[in-house]
Ligand binder design. Sequence first.
Ligand SMILES: NC(=O)c1ccc[n+]([C@@H]2O[C@H](COP(=O)([O-])OP(=O)(O)OC[C@H]3O[C@@H](n4cnc5c(N)ncnc54)[C@H](OP(=O)(O)O)[C@@H]3O)[C@@H](O)[C@H]2O)c1
Length: 312
Amino acid sequence: MPVFTIYGATGLQGKAVATSIAEKFGSAATIRAVTRDPSSERSQTLRKTLGAHGAKVELVQSDIKSSPDHAQALVGTEFLFLNTNSFELFEAETQIAKDIIDAAAQLPSLRLLVWSTLPPASKLSNGKLTGIKHFDQKARVDEYLISLGDKIPWVGAQLGWFAENVRDYHLLSEQADGSVTFKYAIATEETAVAWTWIERELGPAVLGLFEVALSSAGLPQELKNTSIPVGGWRVTLGELVQEYSRQSGRKFNYERISGWGNQDLDQMNEFFVEFGLYPEWEIPAPPLKKLGIPTKTLQEFVADSLAHHKFK
Ligand SMILES: NC(=O)c1ccc[n+]([C@@H]2O[C@H](COP(=O)([O-])OP(=O)(O)OC[C@H]3O[C@@H](n4cnc5c(N)ncnc54)[C@H](OP(=O)(O)O)[C@@H]3O)[C@@H](O)[C@H]2O)c1
């Protein structure tokens, strides 16, 4: 029975990954969810959701900010999905992720680590945008993984702008005339980004990588110990607006504001405008496409999550 350990399992990413594993492996999987609080509502809901597929669920208490014994949480792990939340760990994120990776590298059982990551914004902007901490904190972990050579098998899942942001961050508002406004900072209607629909795309991608690692063929050379974008489409924010209008029949406007007043997010949007997100990659990324990893489209996302959006 393979042991899948997930850091951040109660969150958006981790839950998506855990659910795909449970759906596929059912009672053949042990899913170990690392959480600060196994008794929380989110932990208990996760246990029920995964358990409904027959998976054996272990909720393991560990606050990764307080330097716990990672070896103990990881014992017997064959597949590891590691997401650290930049916005809760701040500058400690890189070292915490490295410590977990060091413990994972000692596991004789480990077949693959999938590390959730982002690109090195300071480096890619040639030192111009050094305030995008959540990008750089994760990118430094990629550098560390590369420095480990063959000591640990890993793939970095480079995430796009979450499609869920449109819904979860209340970027849509209904106007008195019935039209809808999509309000966003700095980026213009012409700004294109790579998107990831976490709830529908991340789980199948991570599961797909685990399954290939488990197969006799193993991971193809081009995916070994490297990072690759996960997600199905690259479109401009204006294209999102047009697609929403087309499907909902409502007038939809884009409102650009000068900033959110948060350096990390504002520089990230400047980065998108000037440098894009994974511009060197065709999206969906061909190596994942070759493996048959399914992705979604902007049209599917809008139909599922936005066209019938209820405004409060
Ligand atoms: N929004 C975007 O467009 C976007 C794009 C790319 C990447 N990202 C990255 O996505 C990450 C956030 O992922 P998410 O949306 O899945 O987060 P989330 O839904 O907020 O979940 C955060 C998870 O981290 C766990 N966690 C937080 N602090 C912990 C601690 N001290 N010890 C143990 N576990 C801890 C939480 O577990 P418990 O509460 O159960 O302990 C929870 O499962 C950020 O790092 C961000 O940089 C975001």
